[in-house]
Design a protein around this ligand. Structure first.
Ligand code: GLY
Ligand code: MN
Ligand code: MN
Length: 428
């Protein structure tokens, strides 16, 4: 396999937690993600739905989990449905999981074929009046997927049943990470650091951003990543001032700063790292000053990560540092910094807020909820000076511990001196 799967007991414990929240008159259907068509009869690589994967460890398409915690037949309390494999499928697509393999991976004892799902559900809806679905409660948001299609169908077929979204419940369950999940995130971060090193080794004037992306993602693949956790942002000069630039099509200028906001995905867990490096190998005085302002804000922010803090309060503290730095950089006056509109002046240069990290890059968890031991969040301040063609973002991934935090990405060079030394090292 490309990755070390999480142990079945982890997924079993997750299902147990969900089962405890499902009342007697209810059951839950958890669909995985769609196979998405790319063009013609070719598809995008399949990635399982994060909630489904969290509960099962199964990363095959066309799979459904049904949890009925109060079913009188114990063997039917958790049932996994998979698409039946055949010689034809094996010939064209390769082997799919056998029922035994699926049981080993997930810990689910009853694995049936998908052809049996509809009759199984027909029996359940006669006995249970509430159905939890792995679909957003607002079906208007986003493209249709198996869960939302199921929601539409069940609403039409069962007008008197309550059809409820389990997405928020799953979101709460996923915010505190188990040690095994943190290990996957560490692996994703390690791969990301290796990918960045390869990209930095190829960094030189006139190289296209996409050629750097090729170096990065080749290393991700070589290291067994399950993919890039999001479209890599590799942005030289002015492009670095566009927060979600991901065209990666321009050539790097000799004096550009190059912003990398990238992340590998390992076993479906994401890293999300930003580093900003000088194409020449040396920061200009101005670039270094802007960089140090961001670095100072981030250091102040990182120091505040501990149980009980909130992302929003940490962001506010970083904003306070950045407002002072804007004065030092000559971007606003000290009167503006001290005035009631200081935040407004900052908003021209700063626009980001950190987030939880896990199976999703922007993982479940709110910026206003208190941090707890075992949560993993990013810390990602930046300054974007469009008029000067300078964009700097620093982003690290942080595990909250009992006593404070651990910066999981600390081995990836981050001070301006370390960044220069890293680039120089790759050029030898
Ligand atoms: N790379 C997306 C983000 O930093 O949130
Ligand atoms: Mn981020
Ligand atoms: Mn990022």
């Amino acid at each position: 396999m490309r990755y070390q799967p999480l142990p079945a007991k982890f997924h079993t414990a997750n299902r147990q937690k969900l089962a405890e929240l499902i009342p007697e008159h209810a059951f839950a259907i958890v669909d995985t993600a769609d196979v998405l068509r790319r063009a013609g009869d070719f598809e995008y690589p399949f990635r399982p739905d994060s909630n489904f994967y969290y509960l099962t460890g199964i990363d095959e398409s066309e799979a459904v989990l049904v949890i009925t915690p109060h079913h009188p037949n114990q063997r039917l309390r958790e049932v996994l449905f998979l698409r039946e494999t055949s010689e034809f499928t094996a010939l064209w697509e390769g082997q799919r999981l056998t029922q035994d393999q699926a049981t080993k991976r997930s810990g689910i004892q009853t694995v049936l074929w998908l052809s049996e799902l509809e009759s199984f559900l027909e029996q359940l809806v006669g006995k249970y009046s509430t159905v939890y679905l792995n679909a957003e409660s607002s079906l208007e948001s986003g493209p249709l997927n198996p869960a939302s299609r199921r929601a539409i169908k069940l609403h039409a077929q069962l007008p008197t049943h309550d059809i409820i979204s389990s997405v928020a419940i799953m979101g709460d369950m996923r915010t505190v990470k188990a040690p095994e999940e943190v290990d996957q995130i560490r692996r994703a971060i390690d791969i990301t650091g290796r990918g960045l090193a390869k990209a930095w080794a190829a960094l030189k004037p006139d190289v296209p951003e996409y050629a750097l992306e090729a170096e990065l993602t080749a290393e991700f693949t070589r290291q067994g990543a399950t993919g890039s956790a999001f479209s890599a942002i590799i942005a030289g000069g002015q492009n670095a001032t566009v927060i979600h630039y991901s065209t990666d099509a321009a050539e790097i200028g000799a004096d550009d700063l190059v912003l990398f906001d990238v992340g590998a995905e390992a076993g479906y867990y994401a890293a999300d790292i930003s580093r900003t490096v000088p194409a020449s190998g040396r920061f200009s005085d101005r670039q270094r000053a802007v960089y140090e302002a961001v670095h100072k804000a981030q250091a102040a922010g990182i120091a505040l990560h501990k149980p009980g803090a909130t992302i929003i309060s940490i962001d506010a503290a970083m904003r306070t540092v950045l407002i002072k730095e804007l004065v030092s950089l000559g971007l606003i006056t000290s009167e503006q910094a001290a005035g009631p509109d200081a935040q407004k002046h900052l908003s021209q240069y700063y626009s980001h807020i950190s987030h939880h990290l896990g199976l999703d890059v922007h993982d479940t968890g709110s910026p206003v909820e208190e941090l707890k031991t075992g949560m993993v969040v990013t810390c990602e301040p930046g300054l974007y000076l469009a008029e000067e063609g300078i964009g700097v973002r620093l982003e690290d991934d942080i595990l909250i511990t009992d006593t404070g935090c651990e910066v999981l990405s600390k081995s990836i060079p981050s001070t301006p001196d370390d960044v220069e030394a890293a680039i120089a090292g790759h050029r030898q």
